[in-house]
Write a protein that binds this ligand. Sequence first.
Ligand SMILES: [Zn+2]
Length: 328
Amino acid sequence: MNLVGDMNWLTPQWQRLTAYVQSGRVPQALLLVGREGVGKAQLAEAFSKRLLCREPQEYACGECASCRLFAAKTHPDFLRIEPEEAGKAISVDAVRALKANLALKPQYSGRRVVYISPAHQMNVSSANSLLKTLEEPDEHTTLLLLTDSPELLPVTILSRCQRMNLPIPDRSLAITWLKKQGLAENVEVLLTLSRGAPFKALNLANDGMIEKREEFFNAWLGLTKQDEPATVAEKWSKFACETLVDWMISWAMDLIRLRSAPRNQSIDNLDYIERLLPLAQKLNLKRMFEYLDRLNTGRKLLLGQVNRQLLLEEVLILWLKCQPKVKN
Ligand SMILES: [Zn+2]
């Protein structure tokens, strides 16, 4: 099975990449832009493998010595630059080590690929250091920069990269693809939770996210007393708070939608409609909007340094105040 051949929402992108190779004009630096889970890594890896392959056809042959080294993740001419820890910056040391490597000739394939992901997680010093590399083109080397937030990259870097946008697939296409990957249950919900990005949906399924969501939904729905938000926040703050807040945003939006149109079938959490619907009519709408506002500002705060447990407790208190049973 060829994964990239299967990812047919990226066919135009793959064709463009292949055309670069066939015309002998592979850009020195390519910026692949697309939402998390849309297939950036898969496309970049397939292209790297194709560039390094000794007997390539439309795809890498998969059998030559280069392809075998690539599959074993030991190809000396495929250089991967990532943060040491998820969420942390790409250090300037990593970029410096890369440059030392680039000073040598490619060892194996006569060509070399540098894979930098997520590119926007380079800090100012690492970006500046990389910029010098971009200013001194090297015909043997192709840089692939992957990002879902190009706006966080310095303009100086952006201006030296050829940009390629990766789209979200049509929903029906994504569902067919997910089923083909063996996903049998909750396909629609997983795809909605991942905002249409198929690889993210697969990851969510593997991480037991459906069960976690159900557990948190019950805790959220079950809040009735003033002292409960602190307990729930303490328990859940160890879990990915970004995900919790994203879930609460989508539940709040669905409640607001259902309030004005109870028969609305185009809500995000269709699997929860029976439980959301009775609640939608009882809520204090003004407070719902305040709660939603706070969730949205909280979501932005989570990108920086913030006390996650306190933030969670605060939004849960606001949520409690939307409900009719609680006296304030
Ligand atoms: Zn090969």
